[in-house]
Design a binder for this molecule. Sequence first.
Ligand code: PNS
Length: 162
Amino acid sequence: MTTVLIPGSFDPLHLGHVDIVEQSVELFGNVVVGVLYNHEKPSGLFTPDERVELASASLADLPSVRVDKYDGLAVQAAVSAGADFIVKGLRNPADFDIEQQMAHMNHSVAGIRTVFVPCRPNVGFVSSRFVREIAAQGGGVDHLVPKPVAVALADRFPASLR
Ligand code: PNS
């Protein structure tokens, strides 16, 4: 069975990511969700371990999916994960512009191909950045993220700040 790596920051995982994971299970079989980070540049709302925990809890119903963290390049993560391909979800032409260059770079340095999967239209506007920004200012994002992420965001930004 084919194994694919879906790399990303997943800070945090949202329903657009879940859509790409579900489609990848249907298309390829085994899916590794790779939380990529750089230990020399720690950043983000959630730590890499927290992101793994939240994504694992959110994707627990999908048996052929595992979540892991990887320090470094996407191609190194793909090799460590035993992936045949990298999968990237595309929301819009701007995503394609960025992802096409990364796909060519990754193929040229490591021979690993990237497959693009268009997201379902109902989640094409969701991004982790805007989820973080809106949640931090007290806006409602529960309809955009899986339940474990909604709980973690509510915990991180208590009602008193909303
Ligand atoms: O969720 P994001 O932030 O859009 O994910 C981007 C990510 C982490 C997949 C991308 O920045 C990446 O692949 N980073 C790892 C470093 C790397 O491989 N750089 C070379 C890209 S050609």
